[in-house]
Design a protein around this ligand. Sequence first.
Ligand code: ATR
Length: 275
Amino acid sequence: MKLFALFGNPIEHSKSHIIHKLFAKQIGIEQKYIKIKVSTNSFSTSIINFFKNGGLGANITVPFKREAYQICDLLTNRAKFSGVVNTMKILNDHKILGDNTDGIGLLQDLQNLKYITSKSNILLLGAGGAAQGIIYPLIKFGCKITIVNRTYQNAKNIIQHFKKNKNINCLKIENLSKYPYNKTYYDIIINATSSSMKGDIINIPISVINSNIFCYDLFYNNNNTPFLKWCISQGVKNISDGIGMLIEQAAYSFYLWHDIMPDTKKVLMNIKKIN
Ligand code: ATR
């Protein structure tokens, strides 16, 4: 049986195995998709052993996406430009190919939700691997991104990675509420911090909220995330968690492994029913 896996820590909350099972059933492919929780310093050994022992492909989640990028022998353009890898595939010559389907998955979900245009001005919260992984497709699409992060230096490091692309900049959190930045109109706020995973609320000024803003959390759970609850309490009407992105990015991974794109809308309906 074809073997695929998700590597990360924590992974208990992940629904990836359910999504890939639904894709495989829809397309008629027999495969096994398992979750592998690895400790911080054993990711490289674990993934290499997985491929040696017959694994065909893997998804990589927090906190290993940057390390995964280092391990790959070959990279797709999406992975190369983002600097992080969330999908791996073993090739016929035993080389490991790395891809990044997070950004394209997010863009697809935002398009499905009809909240993004090529002119959208996005406030991106966070500067870890999750934030870095979604930037490239969004700026390529035409959007402008401002990164704000608890640790300003980490946001600056991401800007360096994108070689000071004119569509991306960063600000200190405290400057968001100061002139002239308090007059900036954001269309979308994306929470890419791990705060929702920990149950924390991020500290951003309410001045960034306007009546038309759309707020998105990359994280998902059965209720609204702490970030989305905060947004609602500030009067935001249009919100979404990251379940749609999870399904879309999984579909692009599935495509890399099997060369066929599953129907994500049917799977999204199924997953929502299971919740
Ligand atoms: P990932 O690879 O999933 O992005 P990460 O590299 O640990 O994980 O990054 C987590 C991100 O969430 C970082 O931007 C982190 O901010 P710092 O750079 O200051 O560490 C952010 N983060 C985590 N907990 C947070 C909290 N309680 N409030 C605000 N930001 C938080």
